[in-house]
Write a protein that binds this ligand. Structure first.
Ligand SMILES: *Cc1c(COP(=O)(O)O)cnc(C)c1O
Length: 344
């Protein structure tokens, strides 16, 4: 996290049913829209929930049992969308990708003309590091008249996103990834057509997550229930900084860490996947020692990288490029990884 965020996080929180706080919310909305290039009349929902809460809320506010959903499932976050469909009994099909398999036009072409009403995708499938090509997905959705739901939780600020140009109908972002804020806040952007054609007509079986109430309240810069006041103040500071610098500058910095770290890894003989990757993180292939590498980094060097779960537990670790990281951090990590490798 950045020093300015940490400083804000140590402060007293204000009461929020005030015109002053409403103004902060309206500013947040304006700056958030600018950061994803949403220039049309889309709606912004601020939720006090982690990313999965926002994924579930988006699904139940935009779709019901009369819909037919196509889920791109290339890892544990794709599976989360599948689980949400199951729990809420939404008819769905799964486009399942094996580990290492890249999503192509041909995969999608098989699903042409199947009368889907929604497509769910995690733009960056964070469990593997694969970045899907938004252009082929959005072209498929346009051609088939499908509402496009994009979990951009780990792609936001790391990879290119253009809400209007890519024809995105719902975009989900969370506070704890590239924004590097405290967890607990998620933001969902809903296109005008999804709002008018779907959201308004759906009887959401949830009090807390009813987007209609959230959107109505946001007209005056408020939320129906107590929001994550502190995280919203952290967000205001971060978005102001992002607006001043330009989203591209932030993204280039993240990309620079990714490119430089990957070059160094290759030089040192470490393996990384050859599918298209997000700038957010670098997966390092260490089969069968990935778990061991994670544990030794943590216990012997006090360095935390992200371990994998399930079938990938022994296969890869993930090294993040988000937030307040410096090249020294990567040098330290590379040295530790080399030492550990010698004794594996
Ligand atoms: C981190 C992340 C989430 C959210 O997980 P939570 O733990 O619920 O915040 C969802 N989708 C993707 C792609 C993510 O990277």
């Amino acid at each position: 996290m950045y020093p300015k965020t940490l400083q804000l996080a140590s402060m007293q929180l204000p009461y929020f049913r005030t015109p002053e706080f409403s103004e902060i919310m309206i500013e947040n909305e304006k700056m958030f829209k600018a950061s994803i290039k949403a220039k049309k009349n889309s709606k912004t929902v601020f939720l006090t929930a982690s990313g999965s809460g926002a994924m579930e809320a988006t699904v139940i506010n935009c779709f019901d049992k009369t819909d037919k959903i196509l889920v791109i499932n290339g890892g544990s976050f794709g599976k989360r969308f599948v689980d949400i469909c199951k729990i809420h009994k939404l008819p769905y099909d799964e486009l399942k990708l094996k580990f290492g398999e890249e999503l192509t036009k041909e995969h999608l072409e098989k699903y042409n003309g199947h009368l889907y009403s929604g497509l769910f995708v995690n733009l960056h499938e964070t469990s593997t590091g694969q970045l899907y090509d938004i252009r082929i997905i959005s072209e498929f959705c346009r051609k088939n008249n499908i509402y496009l739901v994009v979990d951009a939780i780990s792609a936001y600020l790391s990879d290119e996103i253009d809400f209007d140009w890519d024809g995105i109908d719902a975009l989900i972002v969370s506070s704890q990834k590239a924004l590097a804020l405290s967890p607990g806040l998620s933001v969902v952007e809903i296109s005008e057509r999804l709002y008018q054609n779907k959201v308004l007509g759906i009887e959401t079986a949830s009090l807390y997550f009813d987007f209609k109430e959230h959107i109505r309240n946001m007209e005056r810069g408020q939320t129906p229930f107590t929001p994550a006041v502190g995280v919203l103040l952290e967000l205001k500071e971060r978005l102001t900084e992002i607006e001043e610098n330009g989203v591209e500058v932030i993204r280039n910095e993240i990309r620079e860490w990714a490119v430089k770290f990957r070059d160094e890894l290759r030089k040192e003989g470490f393996q990384i996947p050859n599918y298209a990757m997000s700038n957010a993180l670098t997966p390092v292939l260490l089969e069968p020692n990935a778990k061991e590498m994670y544990e030794q980094l943590k216990d012997k060097y006090d360095i935390i990288v992200t371990p994998s779960g399930g079938a990938l537990e022994k296969v890869l670790i993930r090294v993040g490029h988000l937030g307040n990281v410096k090249w020294e951090d990567y040098e330290m990590l590379l040295n530790a990884m080399k030492h550990i490798r010698e004794n594996l």
